[in-house]
Design a protein around this ligand. Structure first.
Ligand code: HEC
Length: 385
């Protein structure tokens, strides 16, 4: 199965591959066995990490017709000013960048899903955009800035130390912070301050324990040109990013159209990656630095239910944990599918967090006249006027 995934995502699969793979993931959803689902999701992650470095990013995906694609992966970071949902920035800014594999990218471009006039046109005659092809995969990557020459504070999500909070659990409030040490900062003293706290006794983590990318001048400038990302740099480093700094991959949200409603997986880095339920079922196929990431998955907005019978939970500490509780629970009890099934154009708010399947009758996101965008939120949010 992992082989079929890899081949599919490279665009090499013969059509015969698609059938069995699809049916398998849809059957796993119906089966509701979390460990079996986790094994599938881990294989999916193994196929995407680090293949995503060769995928075009949101800049190219939502560029005007005729644009020439730039570099792939995070090195291609390219964002028009204010192209981001302001709600997210207000909750806790992150350096996030979304990458689309060849199948997903070509679909976006072929049907001009980057264009609001095109979406308006579709909306007049259809209730949904053309289906993304099986084998499509999209990865939203989250990066933490690390100074090139000294240890840098980085929060770590420990579930037990982060009980749900009504205002959300943004990373500024996570109790534990580690010191990430770049090669050139090994002899520098560890003097850490973060989010108004002076941190002493932080565990030292070699940068090599995280997947990371060194910034050159051009990339540092492009990232600083994005208001949300610039906020992160000022907060963490107290200065703009510059050549020689590093970006460490702290989290990623992955969706792959291996099933009708895609298969969803959240990955995030941890310094004790072999402990707890989010380490379970990790396959041997994941190697090196990728073994330092934890994972949770969603195949369905409700199942398999939690121990108390509540709908299944799957969230990324870096992305969804910050969402506040406005009645149905905050981001730490959210589920990828509960929210992504609501993706439609023109966009309704993606907050507050809802649980279980969306209410087809009462949810404004699914009202008549809306164009459903194949569970992909960036289409309604980032299509250009
Ligand atoms: C409460 C709503 C919500 C929840 C829950 C949520 N997301 Fe998203 N997600 C969004 C929004 C909104 C965007 C677009 C953000 C942007 O690019 O500005 C997005 C973007 C993405 C993307 C890029 C493709 C796209 O849809 O634009 C992926 C992949 C993704 N999310 C995966 C996940 C995964 C995996 C989970 C669960 C672990 C998850 N999401 C949970 C709202 C949500």
């Amino acid at each position: 199965m992992a082989t079929a995934l890899v081949l599919g995502w490279l665009g090499l699969a013969c059509p015969a591959f698609a059938g069995p793979v699809d049916r398998q993931a849809d059957a796993l959803r119906a089966g509701g066995d979390l460990h079996v689902q986790r094994r599938f999701a881990w294989d999916m992650a193994a196929a995407a990490l680090p293949a995503f470095e060769a995928w075009p990013g949101e800049g190219a995906a939502f560029a005007p017709a005729g644009s020439r694609p730039g570099p792939t992966g995070i090195r291609g970071f390219d964002r028009a000013p204010s192209a981001r949902a302001a709600t997210e920035t207000a909750l806790a800014p992150v350096i996030a960048y979304t990458l689309y594999n060849a199948a997903a990218f070509e679909h976006l471009r072929r049907y001009r899903l980057y264009s609001r006039p095109e979406l308006d046109h579709m909306r007049a005659t259809a209730t949904s955009i053309p289906d993304f092809p099986r084998g499509s995969a999209i990865l939203k990557s989250v990066w933490w800035p690390i100074a090139g020459d000294r240890p840098t504070a980085m929060p770590v999500w420990d579930p037990d130390a982060n009980p749900p909070r009504a205002l959300g659990n943004p990373y500024v409030g996570w109790p534990r912070v580690v010191a990430v040490v770049p090669p050139a900062g090994r002899s520098a003293p560890v003097r850490l301050a973060f989010a108004g706290r002076t941190i002493s006794g932080a565990r030292r983590i070699d940068l090599a324990a995280l997947y990371h990318v060194r910034l050159d001048d051009g990339l540092a400038r492009r990232i600083m040109g994005d208001a949300e990302s610039a906020k992160v740099a000022w907060m963490v480093l107290g200065r703009p990013l510059r050549a020689g700094d590093q970006l460490a991959l702290v989290g990623a949200n992955l969706a792959a159209r291996e099933a009708e409603d895609w298969v969803w997986a959240a990955l995030w880095w941890h310094d004790r990656p072999d402990e707890g339920p989010f380490a379970a079922d990790r396959p041997d196929g994941l190697r090196g630095v990728w073994r330092n990431y934890l994972m949770q998955t969603a195949f369905d907005p409700r199942t398999p239910t939690e121990a108390d019978g509540a709908p299944h939970v799957a969230f990324n500490p870096w992305l969804e944990a910050r969402f506040p509780d406005d009645g149905q629970g905050g981001g730490v009890v959210s589920n990828c599918l509960s929210c992504h099934l609501r993706a439609s154009y023109p966009p309704s708010g993606f907050l507050p967090v809802t649980r279980g399947p969306p209410d087809a009758q009462a949810d404004p996101a699914l009202a008549s006249g809306k164009l459903r965008t194949g569970l992909v939120w960036s289409v309604p949010l980032h299509a250009r006027p």
